[in-house]
Design a protein around this ligand. Structure first.
Ligand code: FES
Ligand code: FES
Length: 167
């Protein structure tokens, strides 16, 4: 079987995979990184979003072999070694931007990429549009949008900390 070598959350792994093995299968079943979820089989829900070399991708429609040599970040790789959450994670917590939490890993990974690609800032409409590929079945979009706006302020250096939700 072919081998794939990739770095996941800073650690290099080599694994034997079938040509048809999906990246999400490699992450969840071989590396046991189960924070990346599978919510559909139609590439629609975005629960499986991870970053490959800094770009958000749906790992349910990416072959493991396509990530050969790449640097992959999953939800497990966002917090720093001392446990400090990424500003996007902190904002989701502060703004109660989740209900069951199933969509959350993919939402957070997509949101980080969206914010990073828009240093000029994002309107509420642009955030909603940017989340087109992510479905929340609990329909909690209102707080998700507010959390992303708050995280963007920290990620772009406009604030030192996430603005309190009740401010
Ligand atoms: S599991 Fe990948 S888009 Fe739904
Ligand atoms: S919080 Fe339940 S699917 Fe989004």
């Amino acid at each position: 079987m072919p081998q794939v070598t990739l770095t996941v959350n800073g650690t290099t792994h080599t694994a034997e995979v079938e040509g048809r093995t999906l990246l999400v299968e490699l992450l969840r079943e071989t590396l046991r990184l189960t924070g990346t979820h599978v919510g559909c089989d139609t590439s629609q829900c975005g629960a499986c979003v991870v970053h490959i070399d800094g770009e958000s991708v749906k790992s349910c429609t990416t072959l493991a072999l396509q990530a050969n040599g790449a640097s992959v970040t999953t939800i497990e790789g966002l917090a720093s070694a001392d446990g400090k959450l990424h500003p996007m994670q902190e904002a989701f917590r502060e703004y109660h931007a989740l209900q069951c939490g199933f969509c959350t890993p993919g939402m957070v990974m997509s949101a980080i990429d969206l914010v990073q690609k828009n240093p000029q800032g994002l309107s509420e409409h642009e955030i909603r549009e940017g989340l087109e590929g992510n479905i929340c079945r609990c329909t909690g979009y209102h707080n998700i949008v507010k959390a992303i706006a708050a995280a963007a302020d920290v990620m772009h250096g406009k604030r030192a900390e996430i603005a309190p939700a009740m401010a």
